[in-house]
Design a protein around this ligand. Structure first.
Ligand SMILES: Nc1nc2c(ncn2[C@@H]2O[C@H](COP(=O)(O)OP(=O)(O)OP(=O)(O)O)[C@@H](O)[C@H]2O)c(=O)[nH]1
Length: 228
């Protein structure tokens, strides 16, 4: 018989029934953009901390998750890595935008067409009645390919400003950029957390009560900076 018996088989420590119930909010963040811009790699870098050796075209959606702690609150970031190829996404598009909390638009800095196509991705997003308060950011990926850059930062910044978005230029591949990749998602989480009337929830819809205004993006000092 074990010393200090009393039986029960429960491991030592505080009785869970007596501990305060800790709720974890879940934020759904979707990652959108042309095929091959690096959506899978960016989400992999944020959620897993690595660059995947090999990727295949995403079919439908891949889910990744990371739990972060901000000011003592645990928040589960549910990242939706969406398909860039039309044929792999068309049956899923409604699901992408349903109850979304934040949107990350990605282009490839070495491919101008992925940047010009952003217009279409934004139109799709707007067409799904995503509330205007849902924060959006713009990400130029593959900055490690310095000699191949086609999209100048100045052009991307102008576009981001025109669409009220912050711009991050980064690389999912370069390990030295991993903090910058984290910053994309953490910035969104901070902004969502600041919208305090967002209730604790998992898969329910947006709350009916009015939302506080987020800080305007112009307050952010330059590209890649975070207003929180
Ligand atoms: N050099 C470089 N290559 C990258 C980077 N990110 C992704 N890639 C490569 O780009 C290719 C496409 O990456 P994915 O992450 O699969 O692209 P995706 O946007 O998810 O593509 P879909 O699933 O078809 O929508 C792969 O060969 C990656 O290795 C990066 O930051 N730098």
């Amino acid at each position: 018989m074990a010393a200090g018996g009393g039986g029960g088989g429960r491991p030592p420590g505080p009785d869970p029934a007596l501990e305060p119930y800790v709720q974890t909010r879940i934020f759904k963040i979707i990652v959108i953009g042309d095929s091959n811009v690096g959506k899978t790699c960016l989400t992999f870098r944020f959620c897993g901390g690595t660059f995947p050796g090999k990727t295949e075209a995403t079919i439908g959606v891949d889910f990744r998750e990371k739990t972060v702690e901000i000011e003592g609150e645990r928040i589960k970031v549910q990242v939706w890595d969406t398909a860039g190829q039309e044929r792999f996404r068309k049956s899923m598009v409604e699901h992408y935008y349903r109850n979304v909390h934040a949107v990350v638009f990605v282009y490839d800095v070495t491919k101008m067409s992925s940047f010009t196509n952003l217009k279409t991705w934004i139109e799709e997003c707007n067409g799904h009645a995503v509330p205007p308060l849902v924060p959006r950011v713009l990400v130029g990926n593959k900055c490690d390919l310095k000699d191949l850059i086609q999209v100048p930062s100045s052009l991307a910044l102008k576009f981001a400003d025109a669409h009220n978005m912050l711009l991050f230029e980064t690389s999912a591949k370069d390990p030295q950029e991993s903090q910058n990749v984290d910053a994309i998602f953490m910035c969104l989480v901070c902004r969502l957390k600041a919208q305090r009337s967002l209730p604790c929830r998992d898969t329910e819809g947006w709350p009916a009560q009015p939302q506080p205004q987020p800080r305007r993006l112009e307050e952010a000092s330059g590209k890649g900076s975070c207003p929180c």
